[in-house]
Ligand binder design. Sequence first.
Ligand code: PEP
Ligand code: MN
Length: 339
Amino acid sequence: MLVILRPDASTSDRDRVVALIELLGFGARVIEGTQRDAVAVVGNDGRIDAARFSALPGVDDVLQITRPYRMVSREWRAEPTVVSLPGGRSIGGPELLIVAGPCSVESEAQIFATARAVLAAGAGALRAGAFKPRTSPYAFQGLGAEGLALLAAVRRETGLLIVTEAMDEEGLEQVAEVADIVQIGARNMQNYALLKRAGRAGKPVLLKRGMSAGLADLLLSAEYVLSEGNPDVILCERGIRGADPSTRNLLDLSAIPAVKSLSHLPIMADPSHGTGKRALVPAMARAAVAAGADGLLIEVHVNPAEALSDGAQSLYPEQFALLMDEIRGIAGVIGRGVP
Ligand code: PEP
Ligand code: MN
């Protein structure tokens, strides 16, 4: 960290900065300039709060040099993290994890039919929400515990891994009993109490990027989970708020290689919420695989016209099966595969 002093800062302003750095247990090195001085913090491991310095008299600016996150960074761990999953599956290695399913569990018939269809097409995991974070309180909120029981029954019959969302701290344990991967949604990316609880859940966590979150925000949220003792975090790019209403969100494909250069954690892409439109999903799914995504999250429904949530962005099973073939081809070209 570099504390930049104002041109009119006094010697005592400078001494106060040096004293605070030393009080915090770090070394201070004064850099004298022609117009202004700066004080460098030596030995900062990323845990100093810049606000402690920006509030001092005579301080103009504070530049972060060390990245604010630690355990999620490439400096902490150079090798990519491979999250092991039940049934010999994994994400983060050469094999992609394709997660598919309806937005919500709606009924026994709907979830079983969709699960069988995505399994037949080659998906490795079923994703469906029992607890749904809906923008409107009057929209379908999910089947709750009944939905979780249906998901458990689907796993027994099909062997598909189950990915499902925990919306709050109270519900997390209940969800973690059934889920093979606990999803934390975009709206909860900065729910730090929930993230800490997920860090103690004993299950891998799928952490979706908040709609207005920068990559450092996403990685700091992942850091909460790791710092509570859970190394198994899978990040997910699901689109951020864009300028044009013709897509639901702006799927930030460049976040995939950017996150990979900053972090060892696997990252998947969700072109369904990223675009909001069925017709746009296959192209963005193919592009995400080409960009290096470790997996995909694709909404698929046996009858999208009657879906209780996100029908407009849900693929028909036949479209999903075709997409799986295309993804296999693209994965092969970049030295990866789909199990
Ligand atoms: C979802 O995955 O169904 C969902 C609600 O996604 P997000 O949290 O990305 O909006
Ligand atoms: Mn959805």
